[in-house]
Design a protein around this ligand. Structure first.
Ligand code: LLP
Length: 385
């Protein structure tokens, strides 16, 4: 590892070699079946990361006007861009239509009406995919399932026919196909197998081909290994894509798209943080670091467990709670973990912080946004931001 001594902490750290390796493996495995990959920008919108992802030829999955603008500024094409989200504003829909993006994933009958009206006003056609709520339980944290009946996302099956007919009858809408996304951080392939079965059934039962559907977007959601990030740094994209190749039964010529976020960027990022204080509490020892829930909210929000290592100390292992400095009792990164004897000034790394970390940064307590540090070929490199 590089010399981190001069780095101001906390900092977001990105291993660009690992990012490139991961992008390369994912696109190679997807290429075997002609699958198209969109990067879900919400996972990490850092411009340096985005530029590399663009160089690998990925499309984008945006959920706001600002994400669309950042993607376009970075050089991603509108033709490879989808706009998702349950609450798109008129301004965002207009931006998508004016830029002629690949398609809008519509989530309700009302949104279809709004999109078609805006397209009419602009004298343009809007390409639309219908996001279906497939009522599939993904085995993940309840805050990050999206395809269940209790979730706000997508059009439920009893309304799908009406939505399809609306598309067919609207002169401003070009129906492209269906969109599904069942949740995030799904580490078992079983829910994806169920997704394939549901897609096959819905495609047949609703005569999607007769509505001239030519595209299926299966969303993202493939998980990463938060427990063993060092040994399992690149997700098994081979097994993931081959599962779809095995179980999807769609008419020949249907183009198959995915929107991957976490699995592409999750393992390439870390938080670098220094120990401000150690103290003995009632029955436990605390390590208080200079990063907090403002820099990484996942443990506080989803009880996520990120592996933490002490890169300064080779000392004898002791048991600690690692906590941040923010005025919230939920500002805890880890409870009861073993670290080498840890002292004020030691540097800790919080691993698997490439996804939903920098992009979820907030300035509660008026904390400053940390800088980013990039690492490539054994050394710290400028990000050229
Ligand atoms: N497509 C749609 C429609 C989505 O809603 C999402 C993520 C993705 C694709 C990308 O999913 P991924 O491949 O990254 O799992 N903040 C949470 C995760 C929220 C995910 C939201 N949707 C976390 O930190 O775990």
């Amino acid at each position: 590892m590089a010399d981190f001594s001069g780095i101001k902490t906390p900092a977001y750290f990105y291993d660009l070699d690992l990012l490139k390796k991961t992008l390369g493996v994912a696109s190679r495995e997807a290429d075997r079946y002609g699958y198209r990959l969109h990067y879900a920008i919400k996972a990490n919108n850092n411009p340096v990361i985005l530029r590399i992802i663009r160089e690998y030829g990925y499309g984008t999955d945006c959920v706001s006007g600002n994400e669309m603008l950042r993607a376009l500024e970075t050089g991603f094409t509108a033709g490879g861009m989808v706009l998702a989200g349950v609450g798109k504003t008129d301004v965002e829909i207009e931006l998508a239509i004016k830029n002629d993006i690949f398609c809008i994933n519509c989530e309700s009958l009302e949104e279809l009406e709004v999109a078609s009206k805006i397209a009419g006003k602009l004298k343009k056609i809007v390409r639309v995919a219908l996001r279906v709520n497939p009522s599939i339980k993904a085995d993940t944290h309840r805050y990050i399932t999206t395809g269940g009946e209790e979730n706000k996302f997508g059009i439920v099956l009893p309304q799908l026919r009406q939505a399809l007919d609306y598309c067919k009858n609207s002169a401003e809408i070009e129906f492209t196909g269906l969109h599904f996304h069942i949740g995030s951080q799904i580490t078992s392939l079983d829910p994806f197998k169920k997704l394939c079965e549901t897609v096959n059934r819905v495609w047949r039962e609703f005569d999607i081909t007769d509505y001239s559907g030519k595209m299926i977007n299966l969303g993202g959601g493939y998980g990463i290994d938060y427990k063993k990030p060092e040994t399992n740094s690149v997700p098994d994209f081979g097994s993931f894509f081959s599962l779809f190749a095995e179980y999807l039964e769609l008419p020949r010529g249907t183009s198959v798209h995915f929107e991957l976020g976490r699995s592409l960027v999750g393992q390439c990022g870390r938080i670098l943080t220094r120990v401000l204080y150690t103290k003995q509490g009632a029955g436990k020892k605390f390590v208080i670091v200079d990063a907090g829930m403002t820099e990484l909210i996942r443990p506080a929000l989803y009880q996520a467990v990120h592996r933490i290592i002490n890169v300064s100390s080779p000392g004898h292992p002791e048991r600690y709670d690692v906590v941040g400095p923010v005025c919230e009792s939920s500002d805890v990164f880890a409870k009861d973990i073993m670290l080498p004897r840890t002292l004020r000034g030691d540097m800790l790394h919080i691993l698997s912080c490439g996804a939903y970390t920098e992009s979820m940064n907030m300035n509660f307590n008026l904390r400053e946004k940390p800088g980013s540090v990039y690492f490539s070929e054994g050394k710290i490199v400028p990000g050229e931001e």
